[in-house]
Design a protein around this ligand. Structure first.
Ligand SMILES: [Zn+2]
Length: 181
């Protein structure tokens, strides 16, 4: 039989949304880069590009593993720049800070300025299991900190005022209730 004239099946995973309690889990380190981890990374890229988003932590698809995918290629048509960070950890952060307007696929359509260290040094494993280090600044530094927060159960709204945070949590909790009813 001829192969169907469709693209290969996308392995999209569902992105969990605030106030899902799993977003507060501390994810487990990856001990070995198995076929399951590679499949998780593939699915995370599919899901991230589909959303679309520039960064995704495994816990956002409900998998509490310390795995992060990212692609900071900006414009449409610009070549893709997929990056994977396994067991990422911040080794150093600058005293100097930078402020970016952040958003999150788990808190859709909500954006707020967040102040974080402007530069960070991060150690991680690549998909081959090789230990690497990156000196990040600009958007990469912000994104890495945002995603490393995720694998520690922290959300970007934890860095904004309590008043604003309570307001956004309330809004999403109400929406979740409406979905259940
Ligand atoms: Zn996020």
């Amino acid at each position: 039989m001829a192969r169907p004239l469709t693209s290969p099946p996308l392995a999209l995973r569902e992105i969990i949304i605030l106030p899902d309690k799993r977003l507060r889990l501390v994810s487990e380190p990856v001990k070995k880069i198995t076929a399951d981890i590679r499949k998780l990374v593939d699915d995370m890229f599919e899901t991230m590009y589909d959303a679309p988003g520039i960064g995704l932590a495994a816990i956002q698809v409900g998998t509490p593993k310390r795995v992060v995918t990212m692609d900071l290629a900006k414009k449409e048509g610009e070549p893709k720049n997929p990056q994977v960070f396994i067991n990422p950890e911040i080794l150093w952060a600058s005293a100097e800070t930078a402020t970016y307007e952040e958003g999150c696929l788990s808190i859709p359509e909500y954006y707020s300025d967040v102040e974080r260290p402007a530069q960070v040094k991060v150690r991680y494993l690549d998909l081959e299991g090789t230990t690497r280090e990156v000196d990040a600044n600009g958007l990469l530094a912000t994104c890495l900190q945002h995603e490393i927060d995720h694998i520690n159960g922290v959300l970007f709204i934890d860095h904004i005022s309590k008043l604003k945070r309570d307001r956004v949590i309330k809004k999403f909790s109400k929406a979740a209730k409406r979905t259940v009813e």
